[in-house]
Write a new protein. Structure first.
Length: 164
């Protein structure tokens, strides 16, 4: 059986579209990635630096904090290094050709505990390079708990505010 179309209703819909009252329910999906690095002089950066030094270990350096958006996905990524260098915490080292560590870790080929926090990827074990500090087990134990708190705090924030 063929469905009957009310011509009057159909005409009203067409006239509404012609006059600009039509609103599409389809949205164009974009794969454009918008990302912003948080500057080291901002209060949010200084607050993150203070928290990680107080909670995990005082010899910590935040290398970067990046807030990004792709489509409906929002993400925050923070790279942190603990015990970096040859100041009794480890020995300077060079990476081998088959080294699978991320490029941000290999930039200066120094010892340290390299930890990348990422909301979308979840917790990943830190990379430890030639560290001989007795506090290393303590640092590694605190990192997973710190990540959980960090991820919860950032998930509650409106990340779009940082991307303006």
């Amino acid at each position: 059986m063929k469905e009957k179309i009310n011509e009057h209703d159909m005409t009203k819909k067409m006239m509404s579209m012609i006059r600009g009252g039509y609103k599409t329910i389809l949205t164009e999906e974009t794969n454009e990635v918008k990302a912003v690095d948080i500057d080291t002089n901002t209060p949010i950066y200084k607050d993150e630096q203070k928290k990680i030094k107080e909670i995990v270990y005082p010899i910590a350096v935040i290398k970067s904090i990046t807030v990004s958006k792709q489509g409906d996905s929002r993400n925050v990524n923070m790279k942190v290094v603990f015990l970096e260098g040859s100041d009794g915490s480890g020995v300077d080292t060079t990476s081998s050709d088959n080294d699978q560590t991320p490029t941000w870790v290999n930039q200066d080929n120094r010892s340290g505990v390299y930890f990348e926090m990422d909301l979308l990827r979840g917790y990943e074990d830190p990379i430890v390079k030639n560290v001989s500090n007795p506090k290393l087990p303590e640092i590694l134990n605190k990192l997973e708990g710190y990540y959980d708190v960090w991820a919860t705090e950032w998930a509650k924030q409106n990340i779009d505010d940082y991307l303006k």
